[in-house]
Design a protein around this ligand. Structure first.
Ligand SMILES: Nc1ncnc2c1ncn2[C@@H]1O[C@H](COP(=O)(O)OP(=O)(O)OP(=O)(O)O)[C@@H](O)[C@H]1O
Length: 341
């Protein structure tokens, strides 16, 4: 559905050049929810703006729904853009228009007759759950409701792709979850391809099937979300994964625990998908003459299954601890031995 090859975007000005996107290759499948994560300045906004030609690539090709956007202009580009909806962090609504009029706006521009327009707006209002708020003005809506209007407006012309530019960054955690659920719902109902950029791993975990990590304009890591959670390769990816798997205080807690548990071994177990269902701790206690203390744990749900980490302290004979660790590894559960240094 979306293919980027060798894409580069250089901004020039004041005698200086900024390479915002640097030699990016990307492949996004139809019906996929694809996340691009990176810190501020990584090049995410530029990349997503290349996907609807709000920015023109300096080098490379950007193919969306069968058209190379770098090579078209005029009416052909306008038609191509109708297949690509976009929502924004600050909603970008028209403040002097009601909910209904905001949603109808792209239909007016596309020349859809009034009757059809009204019918389509009603459908969209239902789809995003804004029944009863049709005649309200944006200033009378909550942040979540404003984003629902943004989503309805973006979907008005039945696009094949929805681009989300930090769409939940201005919302509180509960409203963020509701909007993310709405996006998943729309993805399933309409088979819509969704591309989102964010700096929050929570968003990726919750709704994305695959993810790319961006740093200094480049994609430094990509893969299925569960895979990236299981084995993050780059330091930056490890930092993002820790945002959702380990509570803030984990590092300090672990240091504290290592000081308290001088004997035995502290380990971190990583469970993926069905592994999480195993009665592992019970089996360990029954099989080996060791003591086990559960120190800390967290399980997160992704689109493809559960992902969890558990810190435990094993105490007893060194050889028994070694055997217990081998036993866990044989069950395909990842074990990281946390050392005192
Ligand atoms: N119009 C522009 N002119 C010049 N430089 C730009 C322009 N837009 C972005 N940049 C630069 O390109 C780089 C990437 O910016 P971009 O906004 O794409 O990153 P980002 O990951 O989306 O960060 P943020 O979340 O802060 O927007 C930055 O160094 C930025 O200063």
């Amino acid at each position: 559905m979306i293919t980027l090859k060798g894409v580069k975007k250089v901004y020039k000005g004041n005698g200086r050049e900024v390479v915002a996107v640097d030699n990016v290759d990307l492949n996004i499948k139809q019906g996929e929810i694809y996340g691009i994560i990176g810190y501020s300045g990584a090049g995410k906004s530029t990349l997503i703006r290349l996907l609807n030609r709000l920015e023109q690539a300096t080098e490379g090709t950007v193919e969306v729904a069968g058209r190379d956007l770098t090579k078209i202009s005029g009416s052909e580009l306008r038609r191509a853009r109708q297949e690509i909806g976009m929502i924004f962090q600050h909603f970008n609504l028209l403040w002097s228009r009601t909910v209904r009029e905001n949603i109808a706006f792209p239909l007016e521009i596309a020349g859809v007759p009034k009757n059809e327009r009204m019918k389509r707006v009603d459908e969209l209002i239902k789809l995003v759950g804004l029944e009863g708020r049709e005649d309200a003005y944006p200033s009378q809506l909550s942040g979540g409701q404003k984003q629902r209007v943004g989503i309805a407006r973006a979907l008005a012309n039945r696009p094949k792709v929805l681009l989300c530019d930090e769409a939940t960054s201005a919302l509180d955690p509960q409203t963020t979850d509701q909007i993310l659920e709405l996006l998943v719902d729309i993805n399933k109902k309409l088979g819509l391809t969704i591309v989102l950029i964010t700096h929050e791993m929570h968003v990726i975990r919750k709704i994305c099937h695959r993810v790319s990590v961006m740093e200094n304009g480049r994609i430094v890591e990509q893969g299925p979300v569960l895979e990236v959670f299981r084995k993050p390769q780059q330091p930056i990816t490890k930092r993002f994964v820790k945002q959702v798997t380990e509570p803030e205080e984990t590092k300090e807690t672990i240091e504290h625990l290592l000081n308290n548990y001088r004997s035995g071994q502290v380990i971190r177990l990583t469970f993926i998908g069905e592994d999480a269902e195993q009665p592992l701790i019970t089996n360990l206690i029954r099989t080996f003459p060791i003591n086990i203390n559960i120190l800390q744990g967290k399980i997160s749900q992704t689109q493809d299954g559960a992902y969890g980490t558990l810190f435990v302290h094993l105490d007893g004979d060194k050889a028994d601890i070694e055997k217990a660790i081998t036993y866990i590894r044989d069950k395909n559960i990842e074990v990281e031995v946390i050392n005192n240094d």
